[in-house]
Design a protein. Structure first.
Length: 306
């Protein structure tokens, strides 16, 4: 019971405290409090990943827990600052407890002097992907630079199709963006999510951390990351074309057609990667076997379910 209270109770307390404190503050204060927690968690996960010996699991236990506490500050922020997207907020809450559960299993590794390959893989993939993505997300200049490049390339494709399209300058702030002008009026605003960085960072992190033949990992990289980048440009072009030329709503083009297309593309790419790197599939499936380790939390739940 004490393990469950600690690993699941602590992030719950942080969510409650966030509700009554920093969620009501300005973005500057919110970031000032939360960003150091984010990078501290990621750095500790990275230190634990690169270290050897049983004590590294203590570092990983602490890193995952701090990382979980960072995400515990985010559900309300994602909801109130993210167009009241309840889906993102719910996924974030689930993620908080998943990360805390991973922290618990690193603690078990230390207590039992065990090594779990799938946990090692997850730590590396999270460190590489997280550092790559959050450096761009949290540093406005880096985000603006990438968005500007994507906006210029999106506009260039539309100009090649015969339309008068230009990318504007970078607007920094709570939602760093670049407007794209179609026939002289603002059509859309491209943000970091419109660059495909999140999906690319995940694949890059996975390939960097996976213990598999280097040549197969490089091959998988070139099959996926450049493809995601090009498909993302096509999606941006499609959203603008659909709203401006076909008269369809931005919501339909972006949130329905665009996201559905992206999901299908990612599923196809995932199957291609699994074919090239079966070790990835094995690591993912092994994570689902963690409850079979029968630690104190699992034993408590098994007793409650009897």
């Amino acid at each position: 019971m004490k393990h469950a209270i600690f690993f699941f109770g602590l992030p719950s307390i942080v969510m409650i405290v966030t509700h009554y404190t920093i969620i009501n503050e300005s973005l500057e204060i919110f970031n000032l409090v939360t960003i150091p927690i984010l990078f501290l968690g990621l750095v500790l996960i990275g230190v634990g990943y690169f270290n050897k010996g049983i004590k590294r699991h203590l570092i990983l236990f602490l890193g995952w827990l701090i990382f979980a506490l960072y995400w515990a500050t985010q559900p309300e922020f994602l909801y109130y600052k993210g167009d009241e997207d309840i889906v993102n907020a719910v996924f974030c809450i689930v993620g908080v407890y998943f990360l805390s559960y991973i922290s618990y299993h690193e603690y078990l590794c230390y207590k039992r002097a065990e090594e779990i390959e799938s946990l090692q893989f997850l730590a590396g993939a999270t460190f590489f992907a997280g550092m790559l993505y959050f450096v761009f997300q949290k540093i406005d200049y880096m985000a603006g630079l990438l968005i500007k490049v994507v906006a210029e390339q999106t506009a260039a494709i539309l100009r090649a199709m015969g339309y008068a399209v230009e990318a504007g300058g970078v607007y920094y702030g709570i939602n760093t963006h670049v407007p794209v002008y179609f026939n002289g009026h603002e059509s859309v605003q491209l943000i970091l999510a419109c660059t495909g960085l999140q999906s690319m960072a995940v694949f890059i992190g996975v390939f960097a951390a996976l213990k598999a033949d280097k040549h197969r990992r490089i091959k998988a990289f070139f099959y996926t990351v450049p493809t995601i980048y090009v498909l993302n440009l096509i999606r941006n072009v499609g959203v603008i074309y659909g709203t401006e030329e076909l008269g369809l709503s931005f919501y339909l083009m972006h949130n329905v057609i665009g996201k559905a297309g992206s999901l299908v593309a990612l599923i196809v790419l995932a199957f291609i990667v699994f074919e090239l790197l079966p070790e990835l599939y094995d690591n993912i499936m092994d994570l689902f076997k963690l409850p079979k380790r029968r630690g104190p939390i699992e034993r408590m739940f098994y007793k409650l379910l009897r």
